[in-house]
Write a protein that binds this ligand. Structure first.
Ligand code: NDP
Length: 486
């Protein structure tokens, strides 16, 4: 492929690329070959300062514009992004290793949906009039100011857009730090916003690891932090933000349950379990990695799952559109996932599919299914973030709900059943923020997304995100004389 993933420079600040070779080198590796495809530098203090200062300046200009004008810029960005979908998808594939078959439909397109949706909402963000007899009050919905976004490596474009679109629609500016594993795509989002007419500095991208993220979070000028990452990182970032009582959105990890009842359509349930475990090679926070199957359906479910994996998995070159399983993002992630697979076998889970790494130099792990998993096994308790499905058996609804809820996480949950009353009853009792009935892992921008318990705070997408990127000012208006006691 002729396209060169090396960006013009490492950071995008004040409407253009900037470099500071004083920052530590950041090598970008293509997970399919292990070869370096770009070389960047982590942000220095100087770059971080330029990014924060230019975002503050841009925010004033941006917030003074009407919602219609702001929305027009976001919608234009959505159109540009859709127009460049193939190029952006190929870059995303090289950055993450995810198959082009996925990135063509789930990354830049999802980012464009967010820009379009929040672009449409921007002009509707008003306050209310509150009559109080002769007096009255009104509210104004104001931006928070300068927001920091910090991303994980699984959906770099989507994460950047899911944070930037509502933040910008509300009149904020954003400094975004991508994961150091996948630094390339967010730069394109910044380029596109500039091309669409965003003021220079409105959306800046700075590269680096946790230390750069921490420096952004600690800065007194930052009003809000939105993190997508693991629970341990979430704890640290939440605590740092609390020092100055900053607003936060935390989109963290999960170990979500998928409950399959005896009366479920077995093909749909198997399809849901495949989507909820192997899409993006399992590197999806909301995955239903604990698949509870009622005993009466268990053997049929496992048989059909094995048959479909046997016949359907195409693991290989992620730029080949026939490939549906790509490598994991890094050698370290592959090694971590293989460690969990060995642990599952040691603990006595029955391996019924996969379990191996490879092929070639890429960071592959074959889609892996363990049956006879019990609640106490490590593979049933910890987030693996790889293609490893744990199948657990259950007898009664009551038991399944209790076991599904017995986890510190609470991101997602799903239920497969033909009994509509049971579907709603069970979903009502599951402790999770994003739930599915006879489906799994759909995430349209119109629907709020986020977790409960350790899986997070706040919501992305939908009108709910507006609450997390704006604040209300209340104004009491007295129409008569002030009656003071003295
Ligand atoms: P990490 O928690 O390791 O990192 C997330 C981001 O935080 C990275 O950009 C990282 O930098 C940065 N970071 C690390 N330490 C700090 C710090 N002290 N202060 C500020 N920033 C910091 O997550 P991964 O990148 O490994 O992503 C996988 C995790 O993300 C999984 O747990 C997954 O479930 C979760 N996730 C949640 C989603 C959701 O919406 N709920 C969606 C997608 C993923 P760097 O890594 O570059 O050093």
């Amino acid at each position: 492929m002729s396209y060169d993933p090396q960006p013009e420079a490492s950071h995008y600040v004040a409407g253009g690329y900037i470099e500071d070779t004083g920052g530590a080198p950041l090598e970008v590796v293509y997970p399919f070959t292990g070869a370096r495809i770009a070389r960047l530098h982590c942000a220095t203090d100087r770059v971080i300062e330029l990014a924060l200062a230019s975002a503050l300046e841009a925010q004033e200009v941006w917030a003074a514009m009407s919602g219609t004008e702001r929305g027009r810029v976001l919608r234009r960005a959505a159109d540009i992004m859709r127009g460049r979908n193939r190029e952006l998808s190929e870059l995303e594939t090289r950055d993450t290793g995810k198959p082009l078959q996925e990135t063509l439909v789930a990354d830049a397109t999802s980012g464009a949906d967010a820009l379009e949706y929040f672009g449409g909402l921007a002009a509707t963000l008003t306050g209310e009039h509150i009559p109080l007899g002769t007096d009255w009050a009104y509210t104004m919905r104001e931006p928070l100011g300068l927001c920091v976004g910090i991303g994980a490596w699984n959906y770099p474009t989507q994460i950047a857009c899911w944070k930037a679109a509502p933040a910008l629609a509300c009149g904020n500016a954003m400094v975004f730090k991508p994961s150091e594993e996948t630094p390339l795509s967010a730069l394109k989002v910044a380029e596109i916003l500039t091309e669409a007419g965003a003021p220079p500095g409105l959306f800046n991208v700075v590269q680096g690891g946790g230390d750069v993220g921490a420096a952004l979070v600690a800065d007194a000028r930052v009003a809000k932090v939105s993190l997508t990452g693991s629970v341990p990182t979430g704890r640290r970032v939440y605590a740092a933000a609390a020092e100055r009582i900053k607003h936060v959105t935390m989109e963290l990890g999960g170990k979500s349950p998928l409950l399959v009842f005896d009366d479920a359509d077995v093909e749909d349930a198997v399809g849901g379990a495949i989507l909820g475990n192997f899409y993006s090679s399992g590197q999806v926070c909301s995955n239903g990695t604990r698949v509870f199957v009622q005993r009466g359906l268990r053997e049929r479910f496992l048989r059909r799952l094995s048959e479909r994996l046997e016949a359907g998995v195409v693991m290989g070159d992620p730029l080949d559109e026939a490939t549906n399983i790509g490598p994991l993002v890094s050698a370290a992630q592959r090694d971590k996932v293989m460690g969990y697979i060995r642990q599952g076998a040691r603990e006595g889970a029955r391996l019924i599919h996969g379990g191996t790494a490879g092929p070639g130099p890429g960071f592959f792990v074959a889609p892996t299914v363990f049956a006879d998993v019990t609640d106490d096994m490590v593979i049933a308790r910890e987030e693996i973030f790889g293609p490893v499905m744990a199948v657990l058996d259950f007898d009664t609804e009551e038991e399944a709900v209790a076991r599904a809820n017995a986890t510190p996480f609470g991101l997602s949950a799903g239920v497969f059943t033909r009994d509509i009353a049971r579907a709603h009853r069970v979903i009502g009792r599951l402790h999770a923020g994003s739930c599915f009935i006879n489906s799994y892992n759909d995430a349209p921008v119109e629907v709020p997304f986020g977790g409960v318990k350790a899986s997070g705070v706040g919501r992305e997408n939908a009108k709910a995100a507006i609450e997390h990127y704006s604040q209300l000012k209340s104004v009491y208006v007295r129409m008569g004389a002030v009656e003071a006691p003295f």
